[in-house]
Design a binder for this molecule. Structure first.
Ligand code: AHR
Length: 511
């Protein structure tokens, strides 16, 4: 497959560029927003082996665990400084009855997980276990409430059970071993209410949302941030109707966007793909920029002061399930291509951080574009995990806007993929600059106009692989891992020139 390159439209005058030469201009500004750390949120659903086997094995398991949570997974996740974790779904949330997941484990009712393979759920992981996990990881809990098959009373009581100091629900919680209420900020009122969450039309859901949220009270100093179930992809009408009819009752509205070939039929292999498939994937991933922009434009119309957050609370790649795994469990491998999708998506979210107040990649373990994969007592870190690790300096750092002038690669379906993409931020006197070279074959020489930013000390990390289809598995857990990036740059006359290997992601720290 041959791909032609073109020069990207850019916001500043270009010197003549070679095929893989790019220019970046950093535009530091006091007025820039902070990249909210919640952009690095995660999502854990009762789906396949995300919870059971991935996060939770129970206290009696031979797999080393801390109060039932896998110790290896906990240690890996702690490194990512996860700011927020969404649970219990996804589609599962609208069939979940929280009272089935409290009290003695042996007397909890079982249920069929209708959305995900018909697996029997024994409710052994419930509210107490989730909040305990969030405390261990040091992250904010984000609950998805059941609207589709639940009741107003059920959701209202869940909030009371979790956050009230006294009263019947608080007493029940105390009987179950938790004296003090938990802190709960993020509350989702339904999930994908246009689909698995009830097949609502937006006008009707807006009214249902208004009713449900009324009874979700702020107890004893706890303050809820109420999130309406939002659109999928290109459904701009959903956002418009919700903003028109329920904006005064919401703090946030969600958006789901998956990098996926389509919703019916095959989605393609996670590890067996062509260069053409690769570039198409990046083009589809980057389309999120236009999608987010259009949803933001609608929100701006109703909420010009940006009080209401747009929460991309499900995103990532969605491939065919790995052969030999249980149908409906969405277990997929994770290659260097997925790492590229993670980096490019995070770069987009940074740009919209004045409106995008949270994102949650789907999902944290063993499902879709996960951080870790587990099998028995084994665990591997995925290439996507390493992107989240190398992007840590951007959490809660001040965004440095930038312009990129780059050659473009033409992909299938008329999509355009930049050879070079970048994001930058500053915190505690250190500038973090993340650079991506999407080209499968050629290095990119990037000239960065530092605009006075100090670069006396530079350190770096790189994520790359021999082949774009490379991945980590249980026999080869280290095929892809973060490596120091110690050469490949020079500073001259206020410009930083970096040579980025083909298909690589680099984060530089400048001070
Ligand atoms: O993340 C998997 C599923 O994708 C979620 O349960 C649902 O909300 C979405 O369709």
């Amino acid at each position: 497959m041959k791909f032609s390159t073109v020069i990207a439209l850019c916001a500043f005058a270009l010197p003549a560029l070679g095929a893989n030469e790019a220019n970046i201009r950093l535009l530091p500004s006091e007025e820039s927003p902070v990249i909210v750390k919640e952009i690095y949120g995660q999502f854990a659903e009762h789906l396949g082996t995300c919870i059971y086997g991935g996060l939770w094995v129970g206290e009696d398991s031979p797999i080393p665990n801390t109060r039932g949570y896998r110790t290896d997974v906990l240690n890996a996740l702690k490194e990512l400084k996860i700011p927020v974790l969404r649970w219990p779904g996804g589609c599962f949330a609208d069939e979940y009855h929280w009272m089935d997941g409290i009290g003695p484990r042996e007397s909890r009712p079982r249920m069929v997980n209708n959305n995900w393979g018909g697996t029997v759920e024994d409710n052994s992981f419930g509210t107490h276990d989730f909040f305990d996990l969030c405390e261990i990881l040091g992250c904010e809990p984000y609950l998805s409430g059941n609207v589709g098959s639940g009741s107003v009373e059920e959701l209202a009581k869940w909030v009371e059970y979790i956050t009230a100091e006294d009263g019947p629900m608080a007493n029940l919680r105390k009987q179950n071993g938790r004296e003090k209420p938990w802190h709960l900020k993020y509350l989702g009122v339904g999930n994908e209410s246009w689909g698995c969450g009830g097949n609502f039309r937006p006008e009707y859901y807006a009214d249902v949302y208004r009713r449900y949220q009324t009874y979700c009270r702020n107890y004893d100093g706890n303050k809820l941030y109420k999130i309406a179930s939002g659109a999928s992809d290109y459904d701009y009408n959903w956002t418009d109707v919700m903003m028109r009819n329920a904006r005064n009752q919401m703090d946030g509205i969600s958006l789901h966007y998956y990098t996926v070939l389509g919703w019916s039929g095959r989605k393609g292999s996670a590890i067996d793909f062509t260069p053409e498939d690769y570039y198409w994937t990046l083009g589809k991933c980057l389309e999120i920029k236009d999608v987010v922009k259009r949803h933001c434009d609608i929100m701006d119309k109703y909420d010009p002061k940006k009080r209401i957050g747009l929460l991309v609370d499900e995103w990532g790649t969605w491939w065919d399930e790995e052969p030999g795994t249980i149908s409906g469990h969405l277990y997929q491998q994770n290659s260097m291509r997925d790492a590229m999708v993670a980096a490019l998506s995070l770069n987009v979210f940074h740009r919209f951080t004045d409106r995008v107040k949270m994102t949650n990649i789907a999902q944290i373990a063993n499902v879709l574009q996960s951080m870790v994969l587990t099998k028995g007592d084994k665990m591997v870190l995925t290439p996507t995990y390493y992107v989240f690790k190398m992007y840590l300096p951007h959490q809660d750092a001040k965004l440095i806007p930038l312009n990129v002038a780059t050659p473009m690669i033409r992909a299938r379906d008329g999509r355009q993929v930049p050879v070079v993409d970048a994001t930058a931020s500053v915190k505690d006197g250190k500038t973090a600059l993340s650079l991506v070279n999407t080209d499968l074959n050629e290095p990119a020489e990037i000239t960065i106009d530092l605009s006075g930013i100090s670069a006396k000390n530079i350190t770096g990390e790189i994520l790359t692989s021999q082949k774009i289809t490379d991945y980590n598995d249980f026999d080869h857990p280290q095929t892809i891992s973060l490596q120091p990036f110690t050469k490949g740059w020079k500073v001259s006359k206020g410009k930083l020139i970096v040579t980025l290997p083909a298909k690589s992601i680099v984060t530089l720290s400048l001070s």
